[in-house]
Design a protein around this ligand. Structure first.
Ligand code: Q0Z
Length: 287
């Protein structure tokens, strides 16, 4: 057996390695970004929370769509997964009007070709969740695209399939989150194709880094909502008058501890599992 891993690439807060011809290793660090800048201070166990949450949702949704998960490593932050041919689009589902969706709606009354009712306010729930794909930008921000542009990238049949699956996944997870007092405002999914040409859910799924989670008891449409996980960090950074360019500020111990507690709370509320149990034995519980 070989234990060597070849580094393939870095995300803002994650690392990707090749294990062999068919397996990859995704490692979630404790780095945190805010306003698109990675901060010099880490949040202890943040990577474990995100890896555990992704693993949980992969297990819970395996009956909806197969996924890339092979194993979680004992460090709790590393996922062994199947190597796939990734689709060149981000599969975004929005149930609420926020971020670039709100921007696009303000400018045109539509998002990715979905024409919406007039008079919606920021963070308002949409009449129904919508599939709003985006390109994968190599640098800078992803660009929202309509059905025609997305189908040109992946094909009509594959587009219909990822649209249907993304909406079904959002419906399942948003209902679970709502039952635990958390609004899943939107989420970004990534799919790949396996050697048999089958669609597979990949990357990370329904983590705070790929989704907007809002505390339901503080929900107030008509403006931006507090983030479940990062609000202490954002508020602290705003209080410093930092210009939101590199490098970001060091965080204080109380901001670090408060933010770690929010990540752990998100894990425990969303999964119904004790985070200490996950740390002791990282595993996924099948539905
Ligand atoms: C995920 C990424 C990261 C940098 C490629 N199962 C898969 N098969 C093939 N490719 C990927 C996956 Cl998950 C894949 N990314 C995103 C993750 C660091 C970039 F940790 N890129």
């Amino acid at each position: 057996m070989s234990d060597t891993a070849t580094h393939l690439g870095s995300g803002k807060v994650r690392e990707l390695y090749s294990l062999d011809g068919v397996r990859l290793l995704l490692v979630a660090s404790d780095r945190i970004s805010t306003f698109d800048v990675v901060l010099p201070t880490e949040i202890p166990d943040k990577g474990r929370v995100l890896t555990g949450l992704s693993g949980h949702w992969f297990a819970q949704t395996a009956a909806i769509v197969p996924n890339h998960l092979l194993a979680l490593r004992d460090d709790g932050r590393s996922t062994e997964c199947r190597r796939l041919e990734m689709l060149p689009i981000e599969c975004v589902v929005r149930g609420y009007l926020s971020g670039s969706g709100w921007k696009d709606y303000r400018a045109s009354g539509a998002i990715c070709g979905h024409v919406l009712p007039e008079g919606l306010v920021e963070s308002q729930q949409l009449p129904e969740p919508i599939f709003t794909p985006a390109t994968k930008a190599q640098s800078g921000h992803d660009e929202n695209i309509d059905r025609v542009a997305a189908a040109a990238l992946v094909g009509e049949a594959r587009f219909d399939e990822v649209e249907r699956l993304s909406l079904e996944l959002y419906g399942y997870v948003s209902a679970q989150a709502a039952a635990r007092g958390i609004i899943l405002a939107d989420t970004k999914l990534e799919f790949g194709i396996d050697g048999d040409g089958k669609l597979v859910l990949a990357d990370e799924a329904f983590t705070p880094d790929s989704s907007r989670f809002w505390p339901a008891d503080e929900y107030e449409p008509g403006g931006p909502q507090p983030s479940f996980d990062k609000q202490f960090v954002r508020d602290y950074c705003e209080s410093l008058g930092w210009d939101k360019t590199y490098p970001g500020p060091e965080l204080t111990d109380d901001v670090v501890m408060g933010t770690r507690a929010r990540y752990v709370e998100a894990f425990e509320r969303l999964t119904g599992l004790a985070f200490d149990d996950y740390l002791e034995q990282p595993e996924v519980v099948l539905a």
